[in-house]
Structures are given as structure tokens and as C-alpha cells.
Ligand binder design. Structure first.
Ligand SMILES: CC(=O)SCCNC(=O)CCNC(=O)[C@H](O)C(C)(C)COP(=O)(O)OP(=O)(O)OC[C@H]1O[C@@H](n2cnc3c(N)ncnc32)[C@H](O)[C@@H]1OP(=O)(O)O
Ligand SMILES: O=C([O-])CC(=O)C(=O)O
Length: 374
């Protein structure tokens, strides 16, 4: 994959640390986790294996995977005080704010008092985030207090089960599995960097993740999958998509779900999620959303040489599985928490407080005038 010329504001192109976790835009198809190509991972393994890889540096052996899955399953329950807090958050709240609060509150109940507790806390967050988001969602939207301790083997199936009150089909569980793998890790992106900056002060792991959730929420980052859905849901046909996009480009509006800070020609995750979106469209029996998305891809490349990032085809894929738009970015959290926390551990293992400098652009030094003279 051709590397993008990286210069300018936003710390673009500046090396801000080292990582053994991931390469973006370099070898192979452009994305690797601990040396494994994302395409091969998406084809061959489960998200839980990827989560284990990111946490412990190697793919698990069969017995390790069984134990890991069992541990994660046993950690899906919500403490009563956390349920109480979730029940007080209004239905109009954004689910990302709910997760931010849920993660922060969990840190009060299960405080990381020593870094040796990190792995346990990481597994707990991975296991319980879907429970937090779905307990709040179902209580605030449907008035039910759901059981979060389901017997589903995978995190993706657990999430869909709580949402729809029934275990998902094989197809939907497979799509969730792939989606969680694709979103798991991406080097020094904004939310991961947030987590690392927080970790560099020797703060606790819940603070690192809470900050990262806040960073991921914005539409220029993880929030783009929801913004992409808002865009495509109103497009009635490929022709309508073409017209809408041309108008937006004319007005110099940003098209969410396109472009990337590091990749130049394509995002290696796009083909993978796009193929699943097509399968889901066929199963759904109405391919409008997929078709308009394909037209958006064509128009953006033709007009601006911009390509869909990981978020764009996630919008249609999630929608086809009956997932409400406002739950899209929380799914990203359920996955990226593996990358964030792996980076926190890596930062802690070789730490120096992250504290860059700034070019000063303010006024010259001057005396403080008395209140009456201002
Ligand atoms: C999982 C993720 O977080 S992936 C990213 C998700 N975010 C989005 O999809 C939001 C839409 N995309 C964007 O805002 C940007 O492409 C970002 C934030 C992802 C990357 O930002 P940058 O690295 O600053 O982009 P880049 O330097 O490639 O921009 C080059 C030009 O293309 C334009 N451009 C980039 N993306 C878009 C877009 N989606 N729509 C319209 N124009 C765009 C920029 O405005 C810039 O134009 P300019 O030179 O006239 O100012
Ligand atoms: O790397 C980035 O800038 C954005 C990101 O997290 C991703 O694409 O997954």
C-alpha cells in the first residue's frame, strides 16, 4: 500500500512513541496486529482470539482460548449500584455518554489500585461493556430489566442477543465477529493516543478508557459510522446518492465515513465489511442501502480520490442486522477497548510522561492592568 505524505497540523507524521501492537498503512494489506494481517485474522479467527492476542502478545492455544472465553462469560454481570446508575440515565442520552459514565462508575466499584490488576480489569471491561450499554438501552427504551448473563460464546452474539431478546443467526454472529476484529486496534489514532497520554501520568485503567471513549465519540473518529448512516438512510436510490453527494461536495461539506489520516488509497478493512454488507443486503431482501453506499464510494473516488474508511460500510451492515444507529459507535468501543488497553499496558511498561511543547502565538509579555483600567 502506498504511504501517505504525512505533514502539517494534528501531529501528522510525527512519531510520538513506539508500539509492537500494530502497523497501519505499511506492510501487507496495510493493517497488521502483532504481525498478523487483518485479512487473515478476519477470515480465520474469532474476535476473542484477537482480544487475547492484543492482551497477551500471542494467539491463544485451544485450552487458553477455552479458559479465556469462560472467564469473559463469567464477567458479564452488572453490580447493582451500576444498574442503579444506568437506570437514572435518560433515554435521550447518547449511548456513548452512557458507556463513558458506565466505565467511569465501574472504576469506582472495581478500582485498579495496583497495575498488577490490569489484566483482570481489562477482561472485565471487555466482558461487561455490552451489558452496560444494553442494560441501559433496554431499560430506557423498552422499560425492561434484562438479564445480561447470557450463555452466548462470543461477545458479538451476546450483544445481539441482549438487543433482540434472542440468540442471533449464524450470519449475524459472524458479521459481528468480523466487525469487532476490524475495529480492535489501529496504532496511535486519536482515542488510543488519549488513552496513552492518560496512562503516561500513571493513572488508573478506567480513567484511560473513559478518556478514550470521549475521544472516539466525535464524528471525525468513531462517530463517523453513525454520521454515515444519517447520510445514506435518506438516499432513495443510487441516482439520488450521486446528486446528494455532488451537492455536498459543491458546498465543501465533509462526507462522513470517507478519507483517513494515514491511509492514502484505501482502507484495508473496507473490502471486508463491504462484502458482509452485501451478504446482509441479500439476506434482508432490500439492497437500497448497499446500492447507495456503492454509488457513494464511486462518486467520492471519481470526484475527490477519497475512499470509504472502516466506518462507511459498517453503517449499512449494522442497519441490516436491526441495530439502531445510536448503538453503532458503542460497538466500536466494545472492540477498541482491546487496543486501548493493550496500549495502556505498553505505555506503562516503558513510560515517560507524554508532554509535548507548543509554539506560542499569544501576545507579548505585558503588565496586568488594574480592574478600573481594563
Ligand atoms: C475509524 C475512524 O476513525 S476512521 C475516520 C472516520 N472519520 C470520518 O470518516 C470523518 C470524515 N473524514 C475526515 O474528516 C478526514 O478524512 C479524517 C479526519 C479521517 C482525516 O483527516 P485528515 O488527515 O486531515 O485528512 P486529509 O489530510 O487526507 O485531507 C485532505 C483533504 O481532503 C479533504 N477531505 C478529507 N476527508 C474528507 C471527507 N470525508 N469529505 C470531504 N473532504 C474530505 C480534506 O478537507 C482536505 O482538503 P483540503 O486539503 O482542501 O483541506
Ligand atoms: O487511525 C485512525 O486515525 C482512526 C482509527 O482509529 C481507525 O481508522 O480505526
Amino acid at each position: 500500500m502506498a504511504e501517505k505524505a504525512l505533514t502539517g497540523a494534528g501531529l501528522r507524521g510525527q512519531v510520538a512513541g513506539q508500539t509492537a501492537l500494530c502497523t497501519v498503512g505499511k506492510t501487507g494489506s496495510g493493517l497488521t496486529y502483532y504481525g498478523y494481517d487483518i485479512k487473515e485474522l478476519a477470515e480465520k479467527v474469532s474476535f476473542e482470539e484477537v482480544a487475547y492476542l492484543l492482551a497477551y502478545g500471542e494467539l491463544p492455544k485451544e485450552s487458553q482460548l477455552t479458559e479465556y472465553r469462560t472467564r469473559l462469560k463469567s464477567m458479564r454481570g452488572l453490580p447493582q449500584p451500576l444498574k442503579d446508575v444506568l437506570e437514572r440515565i435518560p433515554a435521550e442520552a447518547h449511548p456513548m455518554d452512557v458507556l463513558r459514565t458506565g466505565c467511569s462508575f465501574l472504576g469506582n466499584l472495581e478500582t485498579e489500585s495496583d497495575f498488577s490488576e490490569a489484566d483482570r480489569n481489562i477482561e472485565r471491561m471487555l466482558a461487561v461493556f455490552p451489558s452496560i450499554i444494553m442494560y441501559w438501552y433496554r431499560y430506557s427504551h423498552d422499560g425492561v430489566r434484562i438479564e445480561t448473563e447470557t450463555n452466548d460464546d462470543s461477545i458479538g452474539a451476546h450483544f445481539l442477543h441482549m438487543l433482540h431478546d434472542k440468540a442471533p443467526s449464524e450470519l449475524h454472529a459472524a458479521v459481528m465477529n468480523t466487525s469487532l476484529i476490524l475495529y480492535a486496534e489501529h496504532e496511535f489514532n486519536a482515542s488510543t493516543f488519549t488513552a496513552r497520554v492518560c496512562a503516561s501520568t500513571l493513572s488508573d485503567i478506567h480513567s484511560c478508557v473513559t478518556g478514550a471513549i470521549g475521544s472516539l465519540r466525535g464524528p471525525l473518529h468513531g462517530g463517523a459510522n453513525e454520521a454515515a448512516m444519517d447520510l445514506i438512510e435518506n438516499m432513495e436510490s443510487p441516482e439520488d446518492a450521486e446528486q446528494t453527494l455532488m451537492g455536498m461536495l459543491e458546498r465543501k461539506e465533509k462526507i462522513m465515513g470517507f478519507g483517513h489520516a494515514i491511509y492514502r488509497e484505501f482502507d484495508p478493512r473496507n473490502d471486508i465489511i463491504k462484502a458482509w454488507s452485501k451478504k446482509l443486503a441479500d439476506e434482508f431482501g432490500d439492497s437500497r442501502l448497499y446500492d447507495v453506499s456503492v454509488r457513494c464510494e464511486d462518486v467520492m473516488w471519481r470526484e475527490k480520490k477519497l475512499f470509504p474508511n472502516a466506518d462507511f460500510f459498517h453503517a449499512s451492515a449494522y442497519h441490516y442486522m436491526g441495530i439502531p444507529t445510536k448503538l453503532f459507535t458503542p460497538i466500536f468501543v466494545m472492540s477498541r477497548v482491546t487496543g486501548w488497553t493493550a496500549h495502556v499496558k505498553e505505555q506503562r511498561a516503558n513510560n515517560r510522561i507524554i508532554r509535548p511543547s507548543a509554539d506560542y502565538t499569544g501576545p507579548e509579555a505585558r503588565p496586568v492592568p488594574a480592574l478600573s483600567e481594563r
